[in-house]
Design a protein around this ligand. Structure first.
Ligand SMILES: Nc1nc2c(c(=O)[nH]1)N[C@H]1C(S)=C(S)[C@@H](COP(=O)(O)OP(=O)(O)OC[C@H]3O[C@@H](n4cnc5c(=O)[nH]c(N)nc54)[C@H](O)[C@@H]3O)O[C@H]1N2
Ligand SMILES: Nc1nc2c(c(=O)[nH]1)N[C@H]1C(S)=C(S)[C@@H](COP(=O)(O)OP(=O)(O)OC[C@H]3O[C@@H](n4cnc5c(=O)[nH]c(N)nc54)[C@H](O)[C@@H]3O)O[C@H]1N2
Ligand code: SF4
Ligand SMILES: [Mo]
Length: 557
């Protein structure tokens, strides 16, 4: 008999709906707001497979005399709580680190962020920072929100789709096959900017292959060529952007030959792409991890945003910048405030109204000094950071150089890890708390087109594991106000403190789920940007050829 319980696929941030299949192991797709028609990708059909019993953590572990030994939940919680207390007593709250939780629900991330702040630190971050930091920052600083400007369905209506540093054909297959492929089949032009090329390139009409790390140059060149091709949307630029005159002057003065040579692209090819963009009614761009540059200001994502703004392709249907995030709930983790420099709902740490709202709900004011980012936290492990709680993340493998990470993790006084299985990270832990997986719990996740979708348990967890929610609620109750009956209570509190979630109902299983900000629909910024003057700034094309020779090979995950 087919199961009528459905949940959300936890394997990537597209957010497809699925249910257990008749045989129990393979999942079947369910018609959802993203996977219309109920399609799943090859990965998704395995999303509900059980982790084999001998790999699953089923009991808490506590380190005694150097080795991890089975322990009761009470003993494990005591060890976490005493580790936190010891670090705070000896070194103050900024000796704590909280690393979460793009695999966990939005409510779980909310509790993790609240726990950090209740204890007096903003040292809380999630993996989204490492994958998409510069594109999210460009979006947030210049338009208003660190999120895709348009819904996935807008890709179907675009005349040009410009993919930069991403491989959605393999990485987000349902988004690609349901939205990009049909648009291209109906005549849209697909342009792929990627030094190497990949499965996505196979469908592309044009492949621009610049040297790694030179996207900024190519995108600045495209802006300059759009000026010549008559592609500037003058009325949009006049009404909706700022800094235009200086920007246009700088573009006109670009040494195009030098830019093209440094990037390793032909000027002719760039001009042809600029013409396609200029002639198109609707240009949508997709970005992935390949566009991320090392700490450079402004980033390649800034140049891409210049191009979209110059051509009037933001704030309207069939256009926009689509941030193709990776892990299932990166967006929700960030929305819920699991970041060191923003309160829940992307509110600045020093926003007095935000602080008042939060203090009213939490009974404590969050600290005002920004915390450290995930990478800074890891670098300070064993030095300024003495106790870390890691939820659903595996820094032991994810952040390159395993020896360096191993030393950092080993340098902590207390490392507590909430996990499904043993990992490179649990190996260094002092306490391991066995957790329930996405398929075994309730709560919400927010996909990369801002849609808040409900999870529900579609299988039983092993008897002795607990959800991240239950674990964080129990630890939190030692230090503050964490009296939630269920994730719905935490969601309601998030909506009370976070304006973009205000007015959104907790979605029940089977419901579509709303997009944030409430009432926004598919297209953000139709009337104005969420900036102090309502305009989006055009920023200088500061990429200089001499600053960018391809100093590294193509980026890998
Ligand atoms: N099957 C599967 N799907 C996944 C994942 C998975 O592990 N497996 N992981 C998920 C996660 S967490 C993420 S973050 C996403 C990642 O999704 P993507 O970012 O789409 O992933 P990659 O395959 O790394 O593609 C990045 C592309 O960027 C290119 N690139 C490298 N350097 C540069 C550069 O300087 N400029 C440009 N323009 N391109 C460059 C590379 O050649 C590569 O083709 O995928 C998600 N989906
Ligand atoms: N070799 C290689 N390295 C990579 C990449 C790659 O493609 N290849 N991709 C890179 C990228 S883009 C990313 S984003 C990172 C991802 O790196 P991480 O963020 O570390 O993500 P994962 O390894 O997917 O998952 C981390 C852990 O979360 C646990 N987990 C899953 N669901 C839950 C849950 O509900 N609760 C709890 N408590 N735990 C849970 C899993 O058991 C897993 O051990 O890896 C990066 N590193
Ligand atoms: S595209 Fe992503 S969310 Fe959809 S089925 Fe595949 S892995 Fe799951
Ligand atoms: Mo990622």
């Amino acid at each position: 008999m087919e199961d009528d319980r459905e949940t959300v696929c936890s394997l990537c941030a597209v957010g497809c709906r699925l249910a257990p299949g008749a045989e129990g192991s393979r999942a079947v797709g369910r018609e959802g707001p993203v996977n219309t028609g109920g399609r799943l990708c090859r990965k998704g059909i395995h999303a509900l497979e059980r982790i084999p019993d001998d790999e699953r953590l089923t009991t808490p572990l506590v380190r005694r005399d150097g080795s991890l030994e089975p322990a009761s939940w009470t003993a494990a919680y005591d060890r976490v709580v005493s580790g936190i207390e010891r670090a705070v007593e000896r070194h103050g709250p900024d000796a704590l680190a909280f690393l979460g939780a793009p695999h966990s629900t939005t409510e779980e991330n909310y509790l993790l962020g609240k726990l950090a702040r209740t204890l007096g630190t903003n040292n809380v971050d999630n993996r989204a920072r490492l994958c998409h930091v510069s594109s999210a920052r460009a979006l947030s600083d210049r338009l208003g929100w660190p999120a895709s400007t348009n819904g996935l369905a807008d890709l179907r209506d675009a005349a040009v789709i410009l993919v930069v540093g991403a491989n959605p054909a393999e990485r987000q297959p349902i988004a690609f096959n349901s939205y990009v492929r049909p648009a291209v089949n109906a005549g849209a032009t697909l342009i792929h900017v990627d030094p190497v090329g990949n499965e996505t390139t196979r469908l592309a009409d044009v492949h621009l292959a610049p040297r790694p790390d030179t996207d900024g140059l190519v995108l600045d060149l495209l802006c300059a060529a759009v000026l010549d091709a008559g592609g500037v949307d003058r009325s949009f630029v006049e009404a909706r952007t700022s800094g235009t005159d200086q920007f246009v002057d700088e573009l006109a003065a670009l040494d195009r030959a030098a830019f093209a040579e440094a990037a390793g692209v032909e000027q002719d090819a760039v001009e042809r792409v600029a013409e396609a963009i200029s002639d198109a009614d609707g240009v949508a761009s997709i970005v992935g991890t390949g566009i991320e540059t090392d700490e450079r200001e402004p980033s390649a994502a800034d140049s891409l945003l210049n191009l979209l703004l110059l051509t009037g392709n933001v704030g309207r249907p069939g256009a926009g910048l689509h941030l193709f995030r990776g892990l299932s709930n990166e967006q929700g983790a960030t929305d819920a405030g699991c970041v060191p420099d923003r309160l829940p709902g992307h509110q600045p740490l020093d926003d007095p109204e935000a602080r008042t709202r939060i203090e009213r709900e939490w009974g404590v004011a969050p600290p005002e000094t920004p915390g450290r980012t995930a990478h800074e936290l890891l670098a300070a492990f064993g030095q300024e950071i003495h106790c870390a709680l890691v939820v659903g993340e595996n820094p032991g493998v994810s952040k390159r150089d395993p020896d360096w990470i191993g030393d950092r993790l080993g340098g902590l006084d207390t490392l507590a890890v909430v996990e499904l299985t043993e990992s490179e990270t649990t190996r260094h832990a002092d306490v391991v708390l066995p957790a329930a997986a996405a398929a075994e719990k309730r709560g919400t996740m927010t996909n990369f087109d801002r849609r808040i979708q409900p999870l529900q348990p579609v299988r039983e967890p092993p008897e002795s594991v607990r959800t991240d929610f239950e674990i964080l609620r129990t630890i939190g109750a030692e230090f503050g106000e964490f009296a939630y009956d269920n994730p719905g209570d935490a969601f309601a509190e998030l909506c009370a403190v976070a304006p973009p979630y205000r007015g959104i109902e907790y979605p029940e299983p089977g419901e579509q789920g709303a997009r944030w900000p409430a009432g926004s629909g598919r297209v953000l910024y139709r009337e104005a940007f969420r900036t102090p003057d309502g305009r989006a700034p055009l920023v200088s094309p500061a990429h200089r050829p001499e600053s960018t020779p391809g100093s590294r090979g193509p980026r890998r995950g």
